[in-house]
Design a binder for this molecule. Structure first.
Ligand code: C2O
Length: 570
């Protein structure tokens, strides 16, 4: 019955969406990147979309399947698409970050992303990965379990993707270009959105409200995705408790909560059990930011509506009371810390947590903001007349003008990158105390080389330079285990004793605590060039990023495959 329902669903999905076909274990999609006029908050703008849709189309596949997406760029901007959280084993050419694994797809050009989904299932998403193009280019990427496999939490009655986004009334490329020009922080967004809709708490927006229609006594799997650019979000549904069952496409030990926290780049699956009887009320599902940095932020609230189907037409259909959830305070760091402590891998025999128990290479990375001097003959609007910057180990990463992966694969790294990315910051200081006097960063295109199968531990230490802040650090090509986290400065002598090596959360994006640290471990078993960066686009633009070069192993299935013939040229 379940399979039949699924087949019917698939049929519906594909008759509705002409851009997708499914043959055998391969799913074909066509992405036409084109302008579309979209109106929100009474502002109309021409924005870059996939197939004229906002948010973009949902990609579906099963574990073990191949996904083939032909992307045609019909806009003036450069475009790439990243399949966030897909491991891309041996297929780094399909990963997507501009100038890391590929040159951008230029106007009028096309590129076919072709990859197999191996050993993963769950909720992920796709997004553009050049400049701030992902502001409007994003959509769900859902990997179903293999045909006869089931969820460890039981079959829900329905599944609903809920994607959070961030809306600017103006063109977002202008927003980031202006910030990079003047050195000031970028203009903040005008609204947050749920499936592209800001909801009734903004001016002129009531008709753009996402509505989730439910029946009493059922279980809904909500696939939550944070595709916002620069903000972590709290999310809650009024008068309902939800059960968290998965994060970043990894099953976890289920737990109940009223409110989840989700950083840009993270995904969270929750089960919503609806009330047993028609409640004669409607409920807001609301999201608003968790804010830690200095400066100005968009502190607005987006809301969608949870509506129960009436049991029969004699029930009134208007003037239902609407309940609103209470969300944590905007700066509730204790809530954030407590929430992330509750996330534990399922770690059973079917879904083990393969935490590296020994470490071949240890790294200590400071992550945070910094400054660049103001160029002569310019006045800058960043801190004390400088320009905002951001760095890892005080190096603000400079994107090359050709792709790192090509340079690596063809042995032409000379003049493109060097391999001197440091293990440690240039000098130790009280990272979360009084910052050093000189807060200028240095610049470079530096990578770190890892032999195949190296086990890696990285301490991610937030700094107080220009203010402590929570940073969602994302790694391409791997999942990692978050073996520890805490506040203040990481203590190499004391903190490792508290590491969780049994059931730590496995994920692809970790919120490094504001004014604290997180320690991650991964096994470098995927050859290629893998980007690691803050998933706040503003910090990404300012240079909070680096790349790992993972060398080939000895066996044929441990080598990076050659690039596809249509790989874009710079
Ligand atoms: Cu979701 Cu490098 O990004």
């Amino acid at each position: 019955m379940g399979a039949l329902l699924f087949a019917l669903n698939a049929l519906l999905l594909f008759s509705e969406l002409a851009f997708a076909t499914h043959t055998g274990g391969t799913w074909h999609y066509k992405f036409d990147v084109k302008l579309k006029s979209v109106k929100r908050l009474c502002n109309r703008k021409n924005m870059v979309t996939v197939n004229g849709r906002f948010p973009g189309p949902k990609i579906m596949a099963r574990e073990g399947d191949r996904v083939v997406v032909e992307v045609a760029n019909n806009v003036q901007n450069n475009v790439t698409i990243h399949w966030h959280g897909i491991r891309q084993i041996q297929t780094g050419w399909a990963d997507g970050p501009a100038y890391i694994t590929q040159c951008p797809i230029q106007t009028g050009q096309r590129y076919v992303y072709n990859f197999t989904i191996t050993g993963q299932r769950g909720t992920l998403f796709w997004h553009a990965h050049v400049s701030w193009m992902r502001a409007t280019l994003y959509g769900p990427l859902i990997v179903l379990p293999m045909q006869n496999a089931s969820y460890p939490f039981g079959q829900p009655d329905e599944e609903v993707p809920i994607t959070f986004g961030e809306w600017w009334n103006v063109n977002t490329e202008a927003v980031i270009n202006q910030s990079l020009q003047t050195g000031a922080g970028p203009n903040v967004s005008d609204a947050y959105t749920i499936n592209g809709k800001p909801g009734p708490l903004y001016n002129c927006s009531a008709k753009d409200t996402f509505k989730l229609k439910v029946k009493p006594g059922k279980t809904y799997l909500l696939r939550l995705i944070n595709a916002a650019l620069n903000d972590e979000l709290f999310f809650s549904i009024a008068n309902h408790t939800i059960t968290v069952v998965e994060v970043d496409a990894i099953y976890i030990k289920p737990f109940n909560t009223k409110t989840i926290l989700i950083a840009p780049g993270q995904t969270t699956n929750v089960l919503l059990k609806t009330k047993p009887h028609y409640p004669n009320a409607a409920f807001f599902m609301s999201a608003r930011p968790y804010l830690t940095g200095l400066g100005t932020f968009d502190n607005t609230t987006t809301a969608g509506l949870l509506e129960y189907e009436k049991p029969n037409s004699s029930f009134p259909s208007t003037n239902l009371p609407i309940f609103k959830p209470s969300l944590p305070a905007l700066n509730d760091t204790p809530y954030a810390a407590n929430y992330s402590q509750r996330l534990r891998s399922l770690a059973n025999s079917q879904f083990p947590a393969n935490v590296p128990l020994t470490v071949d290479k240890r790294f200590f990375f400071t992550i945070g903001l910094g400054a660049d001097p103001c160029p002569k003959n310019q006045t800058c609007q960043g801190p004390n007349g400088t320009k905002f910057s951001a760095s890892i180990n005080n190096i603000s990463f400079v994107l090359p003008t050709t792709a790192l992966l090509q340079a690596h694969f063809f042995g032409q790294s000379n003049g493109v990158y060097n391999t001197s990315f440091p293990n440690n910051p240039p000098f130790p200081f009280n990272y979360t105390g009084t910052p050093p006097n000189n807060t200028f960063v240095s610049h470079g295109t530096k990578v770190r080389v890892l032999p195949f199968n190296t086990t890696v531990e990285v301490v991610l230490q937030d700094t107080s330079i220009l203010g402590v802040e929570s940073h969602p650090l994302h790694l391409h090509g791997f999942n990692f285990f978050v073996v520890g986290q805490g506040f203040g400065n990481f203590d190499r002598n004391k903190d490792p004793a508290k590491f969780n090596l049994v059931d730590p959360i496995e994920r692809n994006t970790v919120g490094v605590p504001s004014g604290g640290w997180a320690v991650i471990r991964f096994r470098a078993d995927n050859p290629g060039v893998w980007f690691m960066h803050c998933h706040f686009d503003v910090h990404l633009s300012w240079g909070l990023k680096m790349a790992w070069v993972v060398l080939d192993g000895k066996l044929p299935n441990q080598k990076l495959l050659p690039p596809p013939s249509d790989l874009p040229k710079c």
